[in-house]
Design a protein around this ligand. Structure first.
Ligand code: UD1
Ligand code: CA
Length: 472
């Protein structure tokens, strides 16, 4: 095992976020900040993961129970600094092998980079290693202090740094690898005589170095990987960087993204080759898009399954399935539980919810389909409403195969329309329509002759008509 124990520090207030929510619960690219870190850590297959929580504890623990149920949780009641948090995580014990310590607020870090860092640390047999990068704007980060022969000496926090030290561009990522015994032996030696009055984990490096142990600063090429999120500006920066990284990966895998700057794909989505994504689209959650599908422009898909060759134009869909070769949009709203079969159509200004639409069936225009099962090859005329709610309960409508629902039909549920049946346009259908029948639920038309003129009696045109009649 290359790393035995991972300690994730996630107890901070996140003061600079100015949020009611714990910082590590804020999300980018479909995962919480902590979720990204734990995803990268997952790659290492460590024996044990300990997460230090504090601020917003209950919600953070609840979140961890979903995304990393095997991790153990350590509670830091008072924020005594990163060194204090690490002390609590060790709880006086001496971990075996290599211990990785990192913060819960660095969403860009990849599992591959962590693995390479651990490998370098283990190969050098160092007591402690810190992952560093040259940052064009090091403001706010701890600076890496090296001696004349370029060896790591210590880490100095921005607030404790001299003016000269602030000109150092090599920064501390907040990711460390320790020999477990060396960490346990030095963590108790921290003190809080610094600008923030906290125990700094960073001081462990200087302490070990002072005792003659070997410590190393291992630099990563891509500084964006170690960006920490402390405020909303950095949250947006990391979101944009992740967006670019994710889009690049999909484009290299054969996805056409017309405008990568306005296309937002969560890290949790999956897209096949020869999919085209048009500008202004967002692919969220566990959405999967199969080969040859076309998405957008301006389309948002959340936890959807889009099958081969389907097209979704200017629409919003969540928790829905869009069948092979189906067309959705423009301006269609598919809500939870919509399952469109193959070669179906959900057209302009159509809203669906908890509805199953059989293969080849079409709902082309201006309709609401809620709590319904529609068979195969049926057509739902324009402006049809599935009247599913009586004000208290929701009711189901079942439409058979090859049904023709006339335009502007109100289908008052619960209701069944049999195979091959029709409804007359403008009907309010309140009773089942048997197979092969037509349901007509509308008043018979009557024409009232001369009604218009009589209505206008006394008006100029009516007087003129009267005069003309008298003459004749
Ligand atoms: C820290 C480092 C800094 C480094 C930067 C990288 C220290 C003293 N400084 O600064 O050198 O460049 O990260 O992003 O370590 N936390 C706790 N308990 C605490 C305090 C913090 O769990 O009492 C957690 C926070 O939730 C956070 C992490 O530790 O996930 C880092 O804390 P933060 O306050 O963000 O430190 P920085 O100022 O960013
Ligand atoms: Ca930070």
């Amino acid at each position: 095992m290359t790393v035995e124990t991972v300690i994730v520090l996630a107890a901070g207030e996140g003061t600079r976020m100015k949020s009611a929510k714990a910082k590590v619960l804020h999300s980018v690219a479909g995962r919480s900040l902590l979720g990204h870190v734990l995803h990268a850590v997952d790659h290492l297959k460590a024996k044990e993961v300990r997460i230090v929580v504090g601020s917003g504890r209950e919600l953070v623990e609840e979140h961890i129970s979903h995304i990393a149920p095997k991790a153990s949780i350590v509670f830091q009641e008072r924020r005594g600094g990163t060194g204090h948090a690490a002390q609590l995580a060790l709880a006086g014990s001496t971990p075996k092998g290599t211990v990785l310590v990192l913060a819960g607020d660095t969403p860009m870090l990849t599992g591959e980079s962590l693995a390479a860092f651990i490998a370098a640390h283990n190969a050098g047999k160092f007591a402690a290693s810190v992952l560093t990068a040259e940052h064009p704007d090091p403001t706010g980060y701890g600076r890496i202090i090296r001696d004349d022969s370029d060896e790591l000496l210590k880490i100095v926090e921005e607030k404790d740094a001299t003016d000269d030290q602030r000109f150092i561009f090599e920064i501390n990522s907040g990711v460390y690898a320790f020999d477990g015994a060396a960490l346990a032996a030095s963590i108790g030696k921290l003190n809080n005589s610094n600008a923030q009055g906290e125990l700094y984990l960073t001081d462990v490096i200087g302490i070990l170095k002072g005792e003659g142990a070997s410590v190393a600063a291992i630099m990563i090429d891509d500084f964006t990987e170690i960006l920490g999120v402390n405020d909303r500006v950095q949250l947006a920066e990391s979101a944009a960087l992740l967006r670019d990284r994710i889009n690049d990966e999909w484009m290299r895998a054969g996805v056409t993204i017309i405008d990568p700057t306005t296309t937002w794909i969560d890290a949790t989505a999956t897209i096949s080759s020869d999919v085209t994504i048009h500008p202004g689209s967002a692919i969220y959650g566990t959405t999967t898009i199969a080969q040859g599908a076309s998405i957008g422009p301006r389309t948002t898909l959340t936890n959807c399954q889009v099958k081969e060759g389907a097209s979704v134009l200017e629409s919003i869909a969540a928790d829905s399935v869009i069948g092979e070769g189906s067309t959705v949009g423009p301006f269609t709203y598919l809500r939870a539980g919509t399952v469109l079969g193959d070669a179906t159509k959900a057209g302009a200004f159509v809203e669906m919810k908890n509805a199953t639409v059989g293969s080849g069936s079409k709902v082309p225009h201006l309709s609401y389909v809620g709590d319904a099962t529609i068979g195969e090859g049926s057509n739902i005329g324009a402006a049809t409403i599935f009247v599913n709610y009586d004000g208290v309960e929701k009711h189901h409508t079942t439409i058979g195969d090859h049904v023709r629902i006339g335009s502007d039909t109100m289908l008052v549920a619960p209701l069944t329309v049999g195979d091959g049946a029709y409804t007359a346009a403008g009907s309010v259908i309140t009773e089942d329509v048997p197979a092969g029948a037509i349901g007509v639920g509308r008043a018979k038309q009557r024409n009232v002759l001369g009604w218009v003129m009589r209505k206008r009696a006394g008006s100029k045109s009516a007087q003129a008509a009267e005069a003309k009649e008298k003459k004749g």
